[in-house]
Design a protein. Structure first.
Ligand code: ASP
Length: 343
């Protein structure tokens, strides 16, 4: 029989079953503001994400939200220090038995790097979902609120457990390993390769269609380590006619270099000679490619001494993160090579 006491009881029951999601804000366009209505020339990370949350009150039927305003930056200011702070905060929150999932709001420019770093270093199976926006909160029809709504719905969904760190944009669920920004002016700004999508969403409903096959979160050898700082890994881009000046400059300045080569991770003979020299002196060299859809294998022509490492299907930026983490544990080239197949 329906009466007020019963309705109240059912409400309380529903409340108890409601998932608790922590939203950690780091800045970006989702928290950006500018001239009313405009989509450009705004400042990222200038408004509070709790104001964005207020524009999606229907989220209260899905989850109980707790907000942490951790950092407030344009994601071009993201760096290793912030990554450690964010990772430690996620680990702390994920340990709480009452927490079911974590959402991070982040600028789109470097979200793919932060996501991959977290994928390799957080120690939880609970869903960790990054999202952001291409239009500032003050634009006509901003995309942030809907992305945030879906990111929270995804983090609150049992299907999202064990998928590693994910990114949610435009109703698409991306793996942290494979997502990349491929468009800088549309709201559907992410994509890259076939492996990127783990599934999709329809409003708050989640459809996971693929699971990541590379190691992540609790299966990552980096997830239980404490980090204070990282070995220095720099990047060098090869282009037609590039001399070796950049490599000369990096010679005494880093532990590892990721080469952004042409084609299959290629460069000139002059570069090969200089890279051979650096490798012999102990710098770890990873070959990656500037081609958006590419795989870089270990090979004989551009590495006759077999002392560089192919980036496999990682983008140059993600290869840098993996090399940086590997170098916290080993300088053994074969062990690092192996990691590029597993992670
Ligand atoms: N520059 C912004 C950022 O990465 C871009 C964005 O969020 O879309 O913080």
């Amino acid at each position: 029989m329906r009466n007020d006491a019963n309705i109240q009881k059912y409400r309380e029951l529903a409340q108890k079953q409601m998932k608790k999601i922590i939203v950690i804000a780091t800045g970006g366009t989702i928290a950006g503001s500018g001239e009313d209505g405009r989509t450009t020339e705004y400042r990222a990370g200038t408004i509070d994400v709790s104001d964005v949350l207020k524009t999606i009150p229907q989220i209260n039927d899905l989850a109980e939200i707790e907000m942490i305003s951790l950092i407030s930056v344009d994601s071009n200011e993201m760096n290793e220090r912030y990554w450690i702070k964010l990772r430690n905060t996620i680990n702390e929150q994920a340990k709480r038995p009452d927490v079911d999932g974590i959402v991070i709001t982040h600028g789109t420019d470097t979200i793919e790097e932060t996501a991959y770093f977290l994928n390799l270093t957080v120690a939880t199976e609970k869903p960790v979902v990054l999202t952001g926006a291409m239009r500032p909160a003050t634009a006509t029809s901003p995309d942030g609120p809907f992305n945030l709504f879906q990111a929270i719905a995804l983090a609150a969904n049992d299907q999202a457990h064990g998928c590693g760190v994910m990114c949610l944009f435009s109703s698409t669920i991306y793996s942290a390993r494979n997502i990349a920004k491929t468009n800088n002016h549309k709201i559907d700004a992410f994509g890259l390769n076939e492996q990127a999508a783990l599934g999709y969403m329809r409003d708050a409903d989640v459809f996971i269609t693929n699971h990541p096959t590379t190691r992540h979160t609790l299966f990552s050898r980096f997830c239980n380590k404490q980090f204070e700082a990282f070995p220095k890994v720099r990047m060098a881009t090869y282009y037609a006619g590039a001399d070796t000046a950049i490599l000369d400059a990096l010679e005494h300045d880093c532990d590892g270099i990721v080469i952004i080569g042409t084609g299959s991770g290629n460069y000139s003979q002059a570069w090969l000679q200089k890279l051979d020299e650096l490798a012999e002196k102990g710098t770890i060299i990873v070959r990656s490619s500037r081609v958006p859809h590419s795989i870089v294998f270990d090979e004989q022509v551009f590495d006759p001494k077999n002392h560089f490492i192919g980036s496999n299907t990682l983008t140059p930026f993600k290869a840098r993160i993996l090399l940086m983490l590997c170098l916290t544990q080993t300088r053994d080239i074969e062990k690092i090579r192996n990691a590029f197949f597993r992670y």
